[in-house]
Ligand binder design. Sequence first.
Ligand SMILES: *[C@@H]1O[C@H](CO)[C@@H](O)[C@H](O)[C@H]1NC(C)=O
Ligand SMILES: *[C@@H]1O[C@H](CO)[C@@H](O)[C@H](O)[C@H]1NC(C)=O
Ligand SMILES: *[C@@H]1O[C@H](CO)[C@@H](O)[C@H](O)[C@H]1NC(C)=O
Ligand SMILES: CC(=O)N[C@H]1CO[C@H](CO)[C@@H](O)[C@@H]1O
Length: 471
Amino acid sequence: MRSPRSRVSFCATLLLAASHLGSSLTVPQVFKNTNLLRTIDASKGYVKETIAVIIENTSDKPQTEYYLPFSVPGSSAVSYVECKDKKEGTPCNAEAVDDSSDFPLKYYKITLPATLQPKGQVTLSISAGITGALEPIPAIIGQGDKQFLSYTGDRYAPSPYLTEKQKTKFRAANGEIPDYTDFGAKDVEKTGFTLTYGPYDNVKPWKSEPKPESLTVRFEFTMPVIYMEKLERDIEISHWGNNLATEERYWMTNNGAKLKDQFSRVAWATSSYYNPPTAAIKSLLFPLRGGSKDAYFTDEVGNVSTSRFRSDTREAVLDIKPRFPVFGGWNYSFVVGWNNDLPGYLRRGKGDEYILKVPLLQGPSQSTSYGEVEVTIILPEGATDIKYLAPITIGKEERFLHKTFMDTLGRTSVRLTINNVVDDLKNKDIIVTYNYSASAAFRKPLVVLVSVFSLYVISALLARIDLSIGK
Ligand SMILES: *[C@@H]1O[C@H](CO)[C@@H](O)[C@H](O)[C@H]1NC(C)=O
Ligand SMILES: *[C@@H]1O[C@H](CO)[C@@H](O)[C@H](O)[C@H]1NC(C)=O
Ligand SMILES: *[C@@H]1O[C@H](CO)[C@@H](O)[C@H](O)[C@H]1NC(C)=O
Ligand SMILES: CC(=O)N[C@H]1CO[C@H](CO)[C@@H](O)[C@@H]1O
C-alpha cells in the first residue's frame, strides 16, 4: 500500500510538470530558456519586439511545441508573429493560442523547425509587430513643441518557462530619452539610442500574482505617428486591357500628441522655411514598382495638384502633400491610384491557369500602422478556381461578383480583411491563381461587338425612319 507521503510527492511532481495558466491553457514544463535577448524597437512609432532565445528540452521525450507570450496591455495588439531557427534560417510556424485567461499576455504556439531531442538545444528568433503600445506624453503639445512617446512593458520577458539568463534592449528613435525606469544597482545602461536592462539570472516562469514588475521609457519622437484607421486597396486585373490597376482609399489619423492651440498658419509658414523636424504629416512618399504610370491623388475636395510623380522602368515614386499639415488627432482621407502593365505581374500556368503575384500592401515609405486593411482583388469576368497564398494570416475572406460597365456576369472578386497591420508587411507578395478559359476571354469582345452592332442596327433603323419621315 502507498504511504500518504509518496502520494504528496506524486502530486507535487504533477504540479511541477504543468504550470497552470488560467482555465484552458496549460503549458507543459518541458523547456527552459538558457539565454534570452529581448529587443524592443520603438523607433518607428509602433513596437517591434524580437526574442532571440536558446531553448533546451528538459523533458525525457522529444518535443516540438514551444510557447511564447507577448504582453499586450490596454488597446495594444499583436500584429504578426514571425519565427525562424536563428542558425539555419528555417522558418517555424507561430500560431495564436485562443485563450485570454492570462491577460495581458497573448500566447503563441511555436512549432519547432525540427523535433528537439531530450537535452537538445535550438536558437529561435521570434519577431512580433505590436500596435497601440506607444502613448504620447504629454498628450497635448504646442505647434512648435517636441513630441515624446512613452512605452510601458514588463521588466522581464514573460515566459512560461524558467529563463536562466536574459537581457532586454530598448531602442528609441534617437538619443533623447528623458525618463526611464532604473531599478538600481547598475541594472540599466544607456548607450546612444539604446537602453540595456539586465543581465538577469534565473527568472521564474511568469505569474500574474504578485503583479510583475514593469518598466517605462519616455523618448523623443520627432516624426508623426501615422495611423491608417482604414485602407481599402483594390487591385483590378484586365486581360483585355493588359492592365493592372491599383486604387487605394485611406482614412488617416496622426496618432501623435494633439495640438494644444489653434493651428497658426503664420508660425507654420515661418518655421517651414527652416524645415525643422515636425510631428505633423506634411507629405507622404509612396515608393511604387518600376513602370507604374497614370498616378493620381485626390481627396474629398478633388484633385490635389501638389503631388509629384516620377517613374522609370526601375522605380517610381509618388510624393503627395495633403492640403494641410496633419497634426496629432487630425484626420485626412485621400485616394491614390496608378496603373501597371499586366505582364510584370501575371504569368500563365498549365492549361487555362494564371498566376498573379502582387504586393499585398504597399503604402507610404514612412513608418505606418493600420487599423483595418481591406484588399480586394478583382479578376476578369469568368475567372474560376481562385486560390491564394498570403504572407500573413487573413482575418476574413469574402468572394463576390463585381459588376462594371459592359460586364455580363460581373468580375470574380476576392476581398481579404486584415486587422492591426504594421508596415513590415509592405511589399510582401500575395500569389493568386485562377483559371480563365479562352471562351471566357472571348466574352468581353463579344459583348462589345454585339453592343456596337446593335447600335449600328438601331441607328440604321433610325436613319430609315428618318428618311421615311423626310419623304
Ligand atoms: C484630375 O486629374 C486627372 C488626371 O490628372 C484628370 O484626368 C481629371 O480630369 C482631373 N479631375 C478634375 C476634377 O480636375
Ligand atoms: C478622426 O476620425 C476618428 C475616427 O473616424 C473620429 O473618432 C475622430 O473624431 C476624428 N477626429 C477629428 C478631429 O475629426
Ligand atoms: C483549372 O486549371 C487546371 C490546370 O489547367 C486544371 O487542372 C483544373 O481542372 C482546372 N479547373 C477547372 C474547374 O477548370
Ligand atoms: C531523457 C533525457 O535525457 N532527459 C534530459 C532532458 O534534458 C534535461 C536537461 O536539459 C535533462 O535533465 C534530462 O535528463
